[in-house]
Structure formats: C-alpha cells, structure tokens
Design a protein around this ligand. Sequence first.
Ligand SMILES: [Zn+2]
Length: 325
Amino acid sequence: MSELTAAIDLGGTTVKCAALTAEGRLLHHSRVPTPKTGRGDVIEAIAASMQKLRSELAVSCGEDVAALGLGSPGMIGSDGYLYGEAVNIPGWCEFNLAETVSDRIGLPVTALNDANAAALAELSVSADSRTLALVTVGTGIGVGLVIDGRPHAGRAGAGGELGHLVIEPGGRPCPCGNAGCTEAYASARAVRELAFEQAASWPDSESAFAALLRTGGPGTEEHLILESLYRAVRNGDPFARAMHEDFCGVLARVASILASTIAPDRVLFGGGVMGSADLIIPEIIRQFGTLVMRHVHDHVQIDIAQLGADAGLIGAAKAARLKTL
Ligand SMILES: [Zn+2]
C-alpha cells in the first residue's frame, strides 16, 4: 500500500489540498477558491484538486495516494454524512459527503469536521496526549475533540458544539438563531460588537481604548479591534481589562465543561486571537481554577495550539490513515 495519503481542507473560501507522507511531511500543496455555485461545483473542485495532486505525484515520485482524508465545515458523523447545513458553503447540507466524493474520485474517503481534523493534528505534536480538545476562536467558536487517539464526531456529528452552548438564556442573539450562546460573547465577532457597545459607558478620561473606538481609530475589522484591545490591556486600560476578563471567562467555562466531561490531557486554544496568548492563556487558567474541582484542575493542561494553517490538512490525512489501519 502507498505510504502517501491525500488531504483536503475545505473551507468557506478555499479548497486546500496536499499529500501527507508517513513521516508527516506535506507534499504538493495547492489551493483553489471554494465555488459559491452549489454542491456539485464544490465536489468538482475537490475532484480537480485531487487529479492535479495525483498527476504531480506520478511525475515527482511515481507514487499514488492510498486514500483521502477530507476536513469540512459542518456536523459530520463517523459515517461521513453531513448533518444540517454548513452555512459558509451554499448547498453543503444533508448528504453523505464521504460516499459522494469517494464515488467521484475512486478512492476511499474519510470525511470529518474540520475542527476535529485540526485537533487530531495537534495530538501528533502533543507528547503523551491521547485525549485532547481544541477550541478555535475565530469569527465563531469551533471545538474539535479527539478521544483516546481518535476524532470524536458523536451521534449525528453533534459532538463538541460548545460554540452554541447557551450560557445566558435570553442573552445576545447568535447567528445560529438561538440567543446567549458562548459564540455570542467570546468569538472575534462578538468581541468586536461588545467593544463598540460597551465603549459608550466609559468616559474618555477613564479609558483611552473607549475613546479610540468612538473615533473609529482601530478600524472596524475583527482582528484590528482585537489587536487594539490587547494593546490597551498591556497599557493597563480598565475597560480593555474588563473586556479581556469577560472574554477569557467564557473560554474558561468552555474549558471547564470539556475538562469535567471528557477529562482530556490538554485543552488547547487556537485562532487568530491567540496572537495575544501570553495574556489570554494565563487568564483562562486563572478563571478555570475557580470553575472545576481540584482533581480536574490538576490533571488538565491548558495551552496554546501549536500548529498553524496546515493543521486541517495534516489532521484530515491522519484521520484517513487511522481508518485504514
Ligand atoms: Zn448559537
């Protein structure tokens, strides 16, 4: 059997593709835009990426891939079925993703949620870990789970949906249609909204960060607001400090639920916001300590995710390899 496994990391904007060697090296990395014109076109984009990859491998090393691991947004069961709808990709709802792609490309396909793929990749660089949770904070909050060395999809792919755990019944509206979800308080989008809303109650004399927001200083994009927020935290701004504590408090609650339920070796946090991990991780750990029993606290390590943008590809390939072992 070939030592090479193909990986696709499907996102709302790009289809990334590569082959992973047995040693964990990525070869022939490529990316194309994700079609916005329906499911059939996305399947064709995946098939075209795979065809290109296999042609390049044939030329470069005379080998083919044995299987494909496919990471995708959405709730994906262990049978490769996509339940519900992945909102970023039009038409990406209610079909057997693994089977459809396998029929199209003629290879065994393992499909899994992209957050679970990233978590599986993190496991490979987390010494002595068998059970791990990865919380990715971006526009939303995604949680990937690996239990005893394998990605955990749960029934109907619903495992790890902690971004939509209601922590404030009747609270802030969430894009999922519910209200008061963690994502409505501690995603990059929520922090941006909260910053502008709460700035109104801080006079210029007390918070330079609030004054800056009122003048439109940091711009309006999520990452610019977060960068500005954490610059202000470092300067001791009381409003920024309060926002930081609230933000980390919600993430600590997510970590406490994960720690008390699956008792992972590690709870890792990733996403663009972790550029300020030196402030965020210690504050999550501090608040986490107040939320769980001592025994749980002492056996979980909370840390920053190690892998960057390639985690989805690495984890998808590893999932496919686990299936064939
Ligand atoms: Zn929600």
